[in-house]
Design a protein. Sequence first.
Length: 293
Amino acid sequence: MTIIDGKLISAQVKQELKEEVEKQKANGGKIPHLAAILVGDNGASETYVASKIRSCEEIGFKSTLIRRDSSTTEEEVLEIIQQLNEDDDIDGFIVQLPLPAHINVDKVIEAIEPRKDVDGFHPINIGRMAKGLPAYISATPFGVLELIKRYNIETAGKHCVVVGRSQIVGLPMSILMQRNTYPGNCTVSLVHSRTQNLSEITKQADILVAALGKPEFITADMVKEGAVVIDVGLTRVVDTTKKSGFALKGDVKFDEVAPKCSYITPVPGGVGLMTVAALMYNTLLSARREIYK
């Protein structure tokens, strides 16, 4: 059993990006500029955004953080998005999710200029990805692909089961794994909360991607021997033994499942770190105008 080290791979990706930015700067090119909109006081969102801003500093990007409290209206958020859409110095930006309940998430995402949608959430980018056209791939699926690639995990002809059908992870992951490329060329099953006999399907998986947001949902009896298990889940669970008062849990019951696997990602230290690295990569592509010419 091999533990897929997201910390190691994300550090490699960041170093490669840093070198590219230094070359770009030396040649008089534009320094990539990423902006983030953070609305409300969600603790996990604070952590995620801080990690993204810190990564910008490490790599040599410019960054801008726009904070608004939870009383901010939908109209105000849309105004900020329009300003960023029109700002030529901003190469890409993200709206950190979740948003307060009174703000329509779909409306916000659709307001983002697709050329600056480095999170890859806009319907145009998802549609282009589905057709195999150049697009910003959603950061988490992109990170998963990079882990598979860098560990030289075979995917062609394998049965990939994706658990969870969110537009951010599950749906794009299922599309990417069946494409005629590497990683890809899998036979893909997409299962979810309404799937009957779910565990019978997960036990068929050569590659199992867990992305449903339920802590330790995937247990050993749901995984076949030798499977590759990618745990996308990340949930804060109350843990009074921790100084922080909580522990981070994935969708996979790691200690129970890991002995059966050929490869497995841990939580933390797996996919989450790669999500940030992928976002940085998309921002560099945007600064270079490599997706939308």
